[in-house]
Each structure stands twice: as structure tokens, then as C-alpha cells.
Design a protein around this ligand. Structure first.
Ligand SMILES: *Cc1c(COP(=O)(O)O)cnc(C)c1O
Length: 347
């Protein structure tokens, strides 16, 4: 018999205290509303099955995923009724799964409303489009009889530009208010992470932060409040000494100008450490900064160990991956920086 699979040489460090503290801060900033949590895309790449119990213990009772498969993956770690599926019931199989599992659909169209009621229906949420033109019913369809037949818990809409101070925020808030007046429902919800900082007019009864729970800072109001949650870490596979004039990695984009010690780590662009970090990323260990040398390859990256010559094969290094700074450095959004992190990380 094979022994257990050895632990991979890369892991995603997750700080549960920071996760909890971020959600609690967003819940406090939501005033009279309660904060839920967007945990789609596997908890923004952190691992939804790890994130949900931590947030639940902190007091979170509303979790939003995009796909039914994501709801299914959470059924044994969250109360089914607390899991909401943003894409809604696209097929009769989705309706059957929702009814059988108890996960809550978000109804996004008259078609979905009819399908839900025909399939047995019951408690659901209703997405109203107030300007995104992506998912949800326009205000003009809210008088339809299939909407009146719904048992709506959360009436939600989604902000286009909450991280900016633009007039469309107020326009969307007012349209959401009109929708709330037109449709019977239990709770109103509009704000994502950035929307929470727009103030109490945007809070309703439930807010839906995502990125800020995981360490993203979409607006300056959140800057002093939100803590870093995620730290990509990789093991050193090999240490070598290179002499002046030698080059490192594909296409020889780095040339040593003096003798130096370098380390090859088990992290590459296939893991989401994209090629934009080539020659500019930084790792750290023992308080020392270890810059990336040359190109990031698919499964490996070479870093400068000159600052930490005691590091050996098998030692671990941590990427500088604070989201606002990493986003400014690479041009990737804070959302992309998290959701690209691949399946080879131990989570
Ligand atoms: C992803 C998502 C959120 C969370 O947005 P953040 O910007 O990550 O806070 C909230 N509501 C809906 C409908 C979403 O799709």
C-alpha cells in the first residue's frame, strides 16, 4: 500500500484571526444591517470549506456562492438555508437540487421565477438590476405575476462602481429603494465590500462583503481596518551558487553581476504566481527580503538568497502578497490576485 501523499511544497497561509477580524469590522461598519459573506470561487481562492466555519463562528449567517456545485461543497459545513446561489436556477435540475438540498436560489429573471414556482418554490432571494446590466430583473418587470408569487427573503441589487465616488451609486441606491417598495420581501441588500463604506443609505438589512473579508482594500475608508489574510508560501527545492556572468531562467533575462547564492522554489505561474512577477516579485524569510530573479516558470521561481545564506533545501519562504500593494505592483486586480491561486497549494 502507498504511504499517504506527502504534503505539497507549497501552501497558502491563512490567518484565521485576520479573517475573523475583517468580517467583524465589516459587520460593525454595516451599522444596523448584518454582514453576510461572498464565498464564491472557493472563498475567493482561500478554500470556502475552511473560510465558512470561521465566519460562521464569528456570527455570519448568509453565504453567497455563484454555482450550485459550490453550494453542494458547503452543505456539510453550513446550514443549507444560509447558502445562497447567485446564478439562480437555470434548469429544472437546479430547481430540484435547490428543493432537495435546502440551498436558497437567487431569482434573476422572470424565466427563473416561473421555473422556481413551477418546481415547488418556497423561500428565495430576488436580484434586481439597477444598472449593472448583468443579472437580475429590471424594475419594469417587477409587477409581473410570477414575481408576486415568490416568497422573497432578500431583495438584492449590486453596485457597479462602489469603489469610486460617482453619481451612479446614488442612482442605483434610489432604484433599489423603488424595487423594495414594489416587491414584498423580508430583507434588503445592496452593498458589497466597498458599498459598506458608502454609508447607511446603502446598508439595508444585509451587506455582502467579499474581497475585504479576505484582505482586499477597495476603498481608502477600509485601509486602516482590513488586515492581510493570505500568504502564499513555497519550499526551496534547490540552492545553488552562481558566478558573475551566469544567467538565470528562461530567456536569460537576469545576469549575475557578482557571485551569488540563489534558491529555486516550488511555485510558478501554474499556481497563479503569474509571469508579471518576473524580476519584480519579492519573498521573505527570517526577516530578509529575497527578490525574484529572472522569469517565473510554470512550476518554479528562482529567488536571491544572498540576504539569507543560511536557508537550505526544504526551508520555506513567503511571498510579499499584501493585496493593495501587489495590485499596484502588477496591475492585476486584488480579486484576480486571490482567485488565480491554484489547486496545488495546501490550504
Ligand atoms: C462577488 C459579489 C459580492 C462581493 O463583492 P466584493 O466586491 O468582493 O465585496 C457581493 N454581491 C454579489 C452579487 C457578488 O457577485
Amino acid at each position: 500500500m502507498l504511504p499517504d501523499v506527502p504534503a505539497p511544497a507549497l501552501r497558502l497561509g491563512l490567518d484565521p484571526d485576520a479573517l475573523r477580524s475583517n468580517w467583524q469590522a465589516l459587520d460593525r461598519m454595516s451599522g444596523n444591517a448584518r454582514a453576510g459573506a461572498a464565498v464564491k470561487a472557493d472563498g475567493y481562492g482561500l478554500g470556502a470549506r475552511a473560510v465558512v466555519p470561521i465566519l460562521h463562528a464569528a456570527g455570519c449567517h448568509d453565504f453567497f456562492v455563484a454555482h450550485w456545485s459550490e453550494a453542494q461543497a458547503l452543505l456539510d459545513v453550513a446550514a443549507p438555508g444560509s447558502i445562497s446561489v447567485l446564478h439562480g436556477p437555470l434548469t429544472d435540475a437546479d430547481v430540484a437540487f435547490a428543493v432537495a438540498s435546502g440551498a436558497t436560489p437567487v431569482i434573476n429573471s422572470l424565466e427563473q421565477a416561473r421555473r422556481w414556482v413551477a418546481g415547488g418554490g418556497g423561500r428565495c432571494h430576488l436580484m434586481v438590476d439597477t444598472g449593472m446590466n448583468r443579472l437580475g430583473l429590471p424594475l419594469t418587470e417587477l409587477g409581473d405575476e410570477s414575481v408576486a408569487a415568490l416568497e422573497v427573503d432578500v431583495l438584492l441589487s449590486h453596485l457597479v462602481s462602489a469603489e469610486e465616488d460617482v453619481a451612479s451609486n446614488g442612482v442605483q441606491r434610489d432604484r433599489w429603494g423603488q424595487a423594495r417598495a414594489a416587491v414584498r420581501h423580508q430583507r434588503g441588500s445592496l452593498a458589497n465590500s466597498a458599498g459598506i463604506a458608502l454609508g447607511s443609505d446603502y446598508h439595508g438589512d444585509l451587506t455582502r462583503p467579499g474581497i475585504a473579508i479576505y484582505g482586499g482594500v477597495p476603498r481608502t475608508e477600509l485601509a486602516g481596518v482590513i488586515r492581510q489574510v493570505v500568504q502564499p508560501q513555497a519550499a526551496i527545492l534547490q540552492v545553488r551558487d552562481v558566478t558573475a556572468g551566469e544567467t538565470i531562467g528562461y530567456n536569460a533575462t537576469f545576469t549575475a553581476t557578482e557571485p551569488m547564492r540563489v534558491g529555486t522554489i516550488a511555485l510558478g505561474y501554474a499556481d497563479g504566481y503569474l509571469r508579471c512577477w518576473s524580476g519584480r516579485g519579492r519573498f521573505h524569510a527570517n526577516g530578509q527580503v529575497l527578490p525574484v530573479l529572472g522569469r517565473v516558470s510554470m512550476d518554479m521561481t528562482v529567488i536571491d538568497l544572498s540576504g539569507a545564506p543560511s536557508l537550505r533545501e526544504g526551508d520555506w519562504v513567503t511571498a510579499d502578497y499584501a493585496l493593495p500593494e501587489a495590485s499596484a505592483e502588477t496591475g492585476l486586480s486584488q480579486y484576480e490576485l486571490l482567485t488565480v491561486l491554484g489547486h496545488r497549494f495546501a490550504r
